[in-house]
Design a protein. Structure first.
Length: 731
């Protein structure tokens, strides 16, 4: 979203309210509040609300914004209105400026906008009069004017086909309403989404009010407070997901006198981004939709609550910041369960992508519950449309109240950061794992179960399968008889990034579409190979059953006729050889070790000889990027001068220090005092571009200058060995 300029004339706005002689029409939605207006009472244009540089596609070459052509409007004023005159060109005022990318009106969450105008001709005998009140996509380039993939004038479109870029609330000297759908590569408008004309109104030289309501799932048109037409098909969503420039103008022989323009929106308070969260601001429950009714008797607080009888639901589409964690809190009272669902909605077509769901049990008194969710990324700061739905799946009445949707929470992930997965409202009570075991792992598990997981999901964390990178194990499963009507997918998050969609993480697929799969899914024995690149540490294995007559739902989401069960896999890191000092030289050890120029540096300080000549420092790690270098600095005790030093790094993560390139530093000569080279060290270490991503080990070993090099391992007299962690990441 572009930078927004706050309205600094709030006192004047209040004054305009008190001096406004004409009230708004009855089309203003009940419960909306006035948040922006211009009554045009000042005798001059309020520059805190309007820009006058219009980048026209009509008064010169295509996309004059590129050519910096900015016609200025012809304006006259009365004590209570502005008059815009076409005079053969566009005269307009607008809330957004393409040249500076500045916005004086943030209406990105939609709202209701109303103007009262009198329109006519400059020359009564002249032709081509045109006047307009319209909302337009912002710039400063043409991205939002063109559909995804279309390229023109140095810009590639990002707007999905079917999403409007402009609403003409009226144009010409009638009530023509247009939602524009696309701009061609030549800059001409084409592919209008809808057009309608409201007949029966006299517009020339008469005062008429025109209103437009738009939000994440609706566009409605009004004249003189009368409803003309609404577009609210949730499978064909027209509204944009960004703020819209508001413009008033006249063209050619047109003139337009404007008494006022007013903007209304749903009030949001206390960081709650959900309109009408307590069902208190109106009697029609808007902007909620559904079958629930209003209760003024049973409520948690305020004046009302939503009453949901068995099977009833209530839903709302809302604009939220993209790629952001949110937390939904709500209060329930009654008997039975309420299913809560938050769906990221695909623009235009309205289908759900990622879904978050929770079943909440109501109490005899009001009880509170919480659900975390996350919005998907969008272009820039464009908003994401999210659909929230509360459904009573029980047999008795449940009352819902005080819903809060605020930023925060864990993004709908479980305790280890994985997407939620549940069985939807259509359950398969007899399709689940009855036993799961492994053989040939470092440590095997044996899991048994005789109960369908609640809500179609279970996480077994009482034990874990321990494996090693590059190894393999056999996975065995016995499943309930009716699992034969399902297909099975097994996923493992080998790279530990919190999802199951990376290459190689779909480890097993069993069963065919639309058939009895008894022979393949009831008794499973399959070999699972652990990638050599698997990340060391705990990760997750997910087993998902889905109906053989349905498409593959993937590893996430609330999906009917699925059962999902998660298990812990622990990928064991490399086991490094031991190194100890035998008969020690008690005064030869590192007193300080630090790094510079790493992604993250360490500063280790010590004043004690390591016990048995060995120490592993794991309190911090050196973080490096592949293909870069860092400086290693060491200060050592004075008697270290009688030693030589080797530094090793296990760059390939295979658990040893003997691969090519893993001896990274060698200092000191045989049979001599090495004070000049080993007491105060500063040396550059290069990280190979082929280094394995993840944590590995750096080993520093001192050995007596009169002895042969013992290598990185073993118990050797007069040696001191100290290990440090290096964490390698991609550039």
């Amino acid at each position: 979203m572009t930078a927004c300029q706050k309205n600094i004339l709030q006192p004047k706005l209040d004054l305009e309210l008190t001096t406004a002689g004409i009230p708004s029409s009855g089309a203003v939605p009940q419960g909306m509040e006035l948040f922006w207006q211009d009554e045009f009472n000042a005798g001059q244009l309020d520059r805190t609300k309007w820009f006058t540089d219009y980048y026209s596609t009509c008064d010169g070459p295509v996309w004059n914004v590129v050519l910096n052509s900015r016609p200025q409007p012809i304006m006259n004023f009365t004590d209570s209105s502005i008059i815009l005159l076409g005079d053969g060109r566009i005269s307009s005022i607008q809330t957004y400026d393409w040249g500076s990318d500045q916005n004086k009106l943030d209406n990105s969450h939609g709202g209701y906008f109303e103007v009262r105008v009198k329109r006519g001709k400059i020359d009564p005998n002249g032709q081509n009069p045109n006047t307009a009140f319209w909302l337009d996509a912002p710039g400063p380039d043409a991205k939002r004017y063109m559909e995804t993939g279309n390229t023109a004038f140095g810009a590639t479109g990002i707007r999905p086909r079917g999403q409007l870029f402009e609403i003409d609330v009226f144009e010409l000297l009638n009530a023509q309403f247009v939602m524009h759908g696309n701009v061609s590569s030549t800059g001409s408008f084409q592919g209008n989404l809808v057009t309608h004309v409201a007949n029966g109104y006299t517009h020339i030289d008469n005062w008429v009010t025109h209103g437009v309501l738009w939000g994440p799932g609706i566009v409605s048109h009004y004249i003189n407070g009368n409803h003309i037409k609404t577009y609210s098909n949730k499978s064909n969503i027209y509204p944009p997901n960004h703020f819209m420039n508001v413009l008033l103008g006249a063209y050619h022989n047109g003139k337009m006198e404007v008494d006022y323009i007013r903007g209304y929106r749903w009030p949001l308070t206390g960081g709650n981004e959900l309109p009408n969260p307590g069902f208190d601001i109106n009697t029609n429950m808007l902007p909620w939709e559904g079958t629930a009714t209003l209760s003024t008797t049973t409520k948690y607080s305020g004046t009302a609550a939503a009453r949901l009888a068995a099977g009833q639901y209530i839903t709302q589409y809302v604009y939220l910041d993209n790629n952001t964690n949110y937390q939904l809190k709500y209060w329930l009272q009654g008997v039975g369960d309420m299913v809560v669902r938050a769906e990221n909605i695909t623009p235009v077509v309205g289908t759900a992508t990622s879904t978050f769901t929770k079943a909440s049990t109501a109490g005899s008194t009001f009880v509170n519950d919480v659900m975390d969710l996350k919005t998907e990324p969008m272009y820039g700061t464009d908003l994401k449309i999210v659909k929230l739905t509360f459904t009573n799946i029980g047999s008795s009445v449940i009352t819902l109240d005080n819903i809060a949707l605020t930023k925060g929470g864990n993004g709908g992930m479980n305790s280890t950061g994985y997407c939620s997965a549940s069985g939807g409202t259509a359950v398969t009570s007899d399709r689940y794992i009855s036993s799961l075991s492994t053989i040939n792992a470092i440590r095997n598990i044996s899991y048994t179960n005789n109960v369908k997981p609640v809500n179609g999901y279970n996480y077994y964390s009482a034990d874990s399968i321990i494996v090693s990178p590059g190894g393999s194990f056999t996975l065995k499963m016995n499943n309930t008889p009716d699992t034969k009507w399902s297909r099975v997918k097994v996923y493992v998050d080998w790279n530990g990034n919190g999802d199951f969609v990376s290459a190689g993480e779909d480890v097993l697929a069993l069963g065919n579409a639309s058939q009895d799969n008894s022979s393949t899914v009831l008794n499973v024995s399959s070999n699972i190979t652990v990638p050599a690149t698997a990340k060391v540490g705990k990760t997750r294995m997910r087993v998902r059953f889905y109906d053989a007559w349905n498409s593959d739902p993937g590893p996430c989401g609330d999906v009917n006729y699925t059962t999902t069960q998660d298990f812990v896999i622990s990928v064991k890191g490399a086991e490094y050889c031991t190194a100890s000092g035998g008969i020690n030289a008690a005064d030869r050890y590192i007193t300080s070790l630090s790094t510079t120029n790493a992604v993250r540096n360490i500063a280790y300080i010590n004043n004690v000889q390591p016990a048995n000549g060995y120490n592993y420092y794991s309190a911090d790690s050196i973080v490096v990027s592949k293909g870069t270098s860092f400086t290693l600095k060491m200060n050592n005790t004075s008697n270290t001068k009688w030693s030589r030093i080797k530094v090793y790094v296990d760059w390939n993560g295979n658990g040893d220090f003997i691969s090519v390139g893993e001896t990274v530093l060698s200092l000191g000569n045989a049979s001599q005092d090495n004070s000049a080279t080993v007491l105060n060290i500063s040396s550059n270490i290069t990280v190979p571009s082929t280094a394995k991503t993840g944590k590995t080990r750096m080993r520093v070993r001192f050995y007596d200058a009169w002895n042969v090099d013992p290598g990185p391992c073993g118990q050797v007299d007069r040696t001191t060995t100290q290990d440090f962690i290096i964490s390698v990441r991609n550039p």
